[in-house]
Design a protein around this ligand. Structure first.
Ligand code: IPM
Ligand code: MG
Length: 371
């Protein structure tokens, strides 16, 4: 059995609490011979700023480049509102994405039947939902230059962000979308704003071209991103894979999260290009939720998105689909028993904390593994 080297970056807020449950899961898998994992831990975000004055150190960047996969918690919080922009907690995460070229961010939104009541939408709209938001993660307005605030000298300032996409960036994310769709329900919906943005015009054109050249068997639809947002809450089951740019993907994936009941449920995978020689690809796995400073340190956080992110690591980095299925089934089983963290609580459910939810999922894994 190959040994997999993980870099764990718990980060800030509830990050360390939910990461603790992943560590217990990793120990459990090692003990049961379901995998061989070694892991190292490092600081990122505000925690790293407090210790080193930066959001991520060069040493940690080197470790991230060398790791087989990075498991990331969450960063940020009001405590660091006043730190210099370059050193803000989020800068650590953005540097990891950019320097490791993790351009493809897969954010599945699955509504477990047990949770259909926790969504703010009616049961029939979300029950059984299973869609993927594929977000471009290393381009667009997040990284485009210039990115400045200039004093105009007349009592006014001017802020500029730049939305920029090159053909190759759109091509590679479109290919990932079509390949993903082929393993699912074979449909891609591309979202942009070609009615106001040049990047939208190019995005539309390139996605069409990639489709025509190599993926004509996949159904392709285009929606303007605002209308797409509306469709996402009107009838989300019309979608299979949604492919969109960095900023629209950020917003639409938070919307999609609420379809599933809570932001505490959504895992994500950020992947780089597969190396032609080694067949390996850089990868970072993180929950879509943030650091939730309001509940940090109280043991209340929902660990499911973090645990499901680790399951995605098994699936996408280590070809361990069966073990990943086991984790996903254990999550569904714990929910079916009526266990809920506070963010997904409903009438008649048993409200538990982070540790108890983690333990319940491990207990279900024990049971399923024996069965
Ligand atoms: C996300 C987050 C990040 C983003 C923040 C923390 C920089 O909202 O991963 O969705 O905007 O990409
Ligand atoms: Mg976000």
């Amino acid at each position: 059995m190959a040994t997999h080297n993980l870099l764990l970056l718990p980060g800030d807020g509830i990050g360390p609490e939910v990461m603790a449950e992943v560590k217990r899961l990793i120990d459990w898998m090692n003990r049961h011979d379901l995998g061989r994992f070694e892991h190292e831990e490092a600081l990122v975000g505000g925690a790293c700023y407090d210790a080193h004055g930066v959001a991520i150190t060069e040493d940690t960047m080197e470790k991230a480049k060398a790791a087989d996969a990075i498991i990331f918690g969450a960063v940020g919080g009001p405590k660091w509102d006043k730190v210099p922009y370059e050193a803000r907690p989020e800068a650590g995460l953005l540097r990891l994405r950019k320097d490791l070229a993790l351009f493809a961010n897969i954010r599945p939104a699955i509504c477990y039947p047990a949770l259909a009541e926790s969504s703010s939408l009616r049961r029939e709209v979300v029950d059984g939902l299973d869609i993927v938001i594929l977000r471009e993660l290393t381009g667009g307005v997040y990284f485009g230059e210039p990115k400045t605030i200039t004093d105009l000298g007349n009592g006014q300032k001017r802020a500029v962000d730049t939305q920029v996409y090159d053909t190759y960036e759109i091509e590679r994310i479109a290919r990932v979308a079509f390949e993903l769709a082929r393993k699912r329900r074979n449909k891609v919906t591309s979202m942009e704003k070609r009615n106001v943005m040049k990047t939208g015009v190019l995005w539309h054109e390139v996605v069409d071209e990639v489709h025509r050249r190599g993926f004509a068997d996949v159904t392709l639809e285009h929606q303007l991103a605002d209308a797409g947002g509306m469709q996402l809450v009107r009838w989300p089951k019309q979608f299979d894979v949604i492919v969109t740019d960095n900023l629209f993907g950020d917003m639409l994936s938070d919307v999609a999260a609420m379809l599933t009941g809570s932001l505490g449920m959504l895992p994500s995978a950020s992947l780089g290009e597969t190396d032609a020689k080694t067949r390996k690809r850089r990868a970072l796995y993180e929950p879509v939720h943030g650091s939730a400073p309001d509940i940090a340190g109280k043991g209340l956080a929902n660990p499911i998105a973090m645990i499901a992110s680790f399951a995605m690591a098994l699936r996408y980095s280590f070809d361990m689909g069966k073990a990943a299925d086991l984790i996903d089934q254990a999550i569904a089983a714990a929910l079916a028993k009526g266990l809920r963290t506070a963010d997904i609580k409903s009438e008649g459910a048993t409200v538990v904390g982070t540790r108890a939810m983690g333990e319940a999922i491990l207990a279900e894994m024990e049971r399923l593994e024996r069965a």
